[in-house]
Design a protein around this ligand. Sequence first.
Ligand code: EPZ
Length: 419
Amino acid sequence: MNKLIIKGGVPLSGEVRVSGSKNAVLPILAGTLLADSPVIVRNVPDVHDVSTTMELQVRMGLSLTFGENMSIVIDPATLENTFAPYELVKTMRASILVLGPLLARFGRAEVSLPGGCAIGARPVNIHLGGLEAMGADILVENGYIKARCDRLKGARIVMDQVTVTGTENLMMAASLADGTTVLENAAREPEVVDLADFINAMGGQIEDAGTDTVKIHGVEKLRGCDYTVLPDRIETGTYLVAAAITGGKVLIKHTDPRLLDSVLAKLEEAGATIDSGDNWIELDMVGRKPHSVNIRTAPYPGFPTDMQAQFCALNAIAEGTGSVTETVFENRFMHIQEFMRLGANVHIEGNTAIITGVDGLNGAPVMATDLRASASLILAGLVANGETVVDRIYHIDRGYDHIEEKLASLGAKIQRVPN
Ligand code: EPZ
């Protein structure tokens, strides 16, 4: 396994280009199964979760070819099987997203139950309940979801918890169903909207994606299209925090400031100067330390849980005391123990971390446990005195496209070394 070695203390400066959104491209790649002709997907990030998804699609018999810069051409017509094996699903929970499309297009699917993961139990009961409401027969045995149906039927589905991939799975299933489906209490994330836009580009009829009530009018078939994935708002937020925590000035390009209003508001509250345009954001924190901020995560448009760990890192060196409350996942504070190894002053009360900024963190060996926790350890290492070594960085490679190259281009002293 590789490690990242970081020498802290360099204020970041320069320009960085954000990649396509991991959490938009994963449902969109699954959604290509709905089409009866080739699909071109552009602005695909070079991250391991995308490679895992492509491996799953190839095992299903789909033909994939790489187009010019960050695009993939997928032909679903060659599909041979509707099986998603445990060995792949256990490495990436988002594999569950093939369930809806396979049922909608082929009437059958056998998908491994995604296990739990570091940040929580992450059940899929809402995914399965919604598919049953549309007429699917679902059997869960030996760790696999075995689903069959004739043509799915439109239904009104009230989801008792806001779930991003649950909303996405059911939106995809409903897109080829007989009749109209209404998803109540739907997730409003930009990635849900991007998926709806993608399905509509294939000839789907989805209305009001981005609100908590999404209507999907089923159609007879969906054809291939040429679609560009939206920018990654979490990667954007991560580099903004990297600039803020190091007291630097960074211009982020190929992004969209409208995707992360709540994050920008918190960074300004922390004392950053932010300017932005249609596809760029500039953050200036030169010569200043951030003020502590209070964070409470919530479904979009609330503060994103995927930015929680990064703001814990910011609070660790800020002026004052900040509280960070995690309301979405039950175990998303693994980074806190590692911050303590770096000298952070933090304690946890229930689902809230109380963090009092210290004058400086001190570099140490730390261990990544999940994707965003890994990012927060790198951010802490960028500002810690001395050397920080982040181990188990396969977590970070799942969702960040060439993170050490991008940070090094901003002046960070960071390198990847084999164990
Ligand atoms: C998506 O995960 C994202 N992943 C996560 O990003 C993100 O943290 C999460 O949404 C919340 O925004 C992708 O989009 C691939 P949920 P998802 O279903 O859909 C409960 C990252 O770092 N729930 O919205 O799996 C669940 O336990 C990753 O990029 C049920 O109870 O999250 C959780 O408490 C991490 N039953 C809450 O809902 C269900 O059937 C929200 O989970 C489904 C979910």
